[in-house]
Design a protein around this ligand. Structure first.
Ligand SMILES: NC(=O)c1ccc[n+]([C@@H]2O[C@H](COP(=O)([O-])OP(=O)(O)OC[C@H]3O[C@@H](n4cnc5c(N)ncnc54)[C@H](O)[C@@H]3O)[C@@H](O)[C@H]2O)c1
Length: 339
């Protein structure tokens, strides 16, 4: 074989490999480290058993699904949110479908925004189970309103609930983890903590603040390698987040029956969250395309990303003004199903 032909064949092979990787990326629903961990890393079924896991926002959406998947792993669960009856419903389903007994699940209602309740809640968990292995800071609320039309109450609530509530609960649990020199602090952030979009200025601010806080905290805990701080950044996921979002004057709600078919299935998002926890990953991105690509664009080519987001943002505002879910009508073609 001539040297030229060999070179051509090698180049063709490299191009094919590149095309395969590109196709893979187009179907990816998580960042590359996370997908590698899913393929080659530790399984949640091996790593997360016999642990005490405290999940906030466990009455709905991502937190509720997390409770169901964790209950199958044989952990002890603490379920928190404000509504006790909803938490009891989740507990019943965990017992029906999981491997747990009644004594393995503590229902602990409290308001995340009421930081005076956090110390008492933490003591209650320690009294019941004697330790906290994983704190999942998941509880939170979104926003659907334009800045010029939003009252300051919205910005106050976003910061008090999403940011200060999470910081406060973490500060209550931290001394216990430091004493044991181990633990995982897992925070459900959002793509809105990496990028930004119209209608969510207060929400974006609270999630960007969380990213800064936990990245800073991790550096302070460098002398405790057994304490892992993980930030999880999901894109759009099926849940009640839009239904419960704060609007202009701080009252509920956008609209009750939103089409969520363009969003990632809650079960898939939670499975990837468990992979993150089992492998002690520090930052993970979870989203279907094209949302995932948008995060990469914001990270590596911010000026282009902002130009594109402005274009898409116009449609987002139009949708909102028509009473549709802001993202519902223009990302459907990319939907990939995982259920
Ligand atoms: N669903 C998405 O598209 C998406 C995307 C990125 C990030 N997130 C984040 O995921 C987390 C869970 O949201 P979700 O999508 O499951 O929404 P959801 O509305 O279905 O669930 C939110 C949970 O937080 C609880 N909560 C709200 N306010 C509270 C308060 N004051 N005190 C205690 N608990 C409170 C709710 O009761 C509920 O259990 C949130 O932090 C959200 O910002 C969601």
């Amino acid at each position: 074989m001539s040297g030229d032909l060999l070179l051509w064949l090698l180049a063709l092979g490299a191009l094919l490999a590149l095309a395969v990787q590109l196709l893979r990326f187009l179907r990816a629903d998580g960042d590359l480290t996370l997908l590698w961990a899913e393929w080659q890393g530790r399984r949640p079924e091996w790593e997360l058993t016999d642990m005490v896991v405290w999940v906030t926002g466990a009455s709905s959406g991502i937190g509720e699904e997390l409770a169901y998947q964790l209950s199958k792993l044989g952990v002890s669960l603490v379920l928190s949110a404000r509504r006790e009856n909803e938490l009891e419903r989740v507990k019943r389903r965990c017992l029906e479908n999981g491997n747990l007994k009644g004594k393995d699940i503590l229902v602990l209602p409290f308001d995340l925004a009421d930081i005076s309740s956090h110390e008492v809640a933490t003591k209650a968990v320690l009294q019941e189970f004697g330790k906290i292995d994983i704190l999942v800071n998941n509880g939170g609320r979104s926003q659907r309103s334009l800045c010029v039309e939003s009252s300051m109450d919205i910005y106050k609530e976003m910061i008090e609930l999403n940011y200060l509530g999470t910081v406060s609960l973490t500060k209550c649990v931290l001394p216990h983890m430091i004493e044991r020199k181990q633990g995982k602090i897992v925070t459900v952030n959002s793509f809105m903590g990496i990028l930004a979009a119209p209608l969510s200025t207060g929400y974006c601010a609270s999630k960007h603040a969380l990213r800064g806080f936990f990245n800073g905290l991790r550096t302070e805990l460098a002398t405790y390698p057994g304490i892992v701080v993980s930030n999880i950044f999901p894109g759009p996921v099926q849940s009640n987040i839009v239904k419960n979002a704060l609007t202009n004057d701080g009252t509920q709600a956008v609209h009750s029956d939103v089409d969520q078919s363009h969003k990632m299935a809650t079960s898939r998002c939670v499975r990837l969250m468990l992979i993150c926890m089992a492998n002690d990953l520090k930052e993970v991105w979870i989203a279907d395309q094209p949302f995932l690509s948008l995060a990469y664009l914001w990270q590596y080519m911010p000026t282009w990303a902002m130009w594109l987001t402005n274009k898409l943002g116009k449609k987002r505002i139009e949708n909102f003004k028509k009473g549709l879910d802001a993202d519902s009508s223009y990302f459907k073609i990319w939907k990939t199903k995982h259920d």
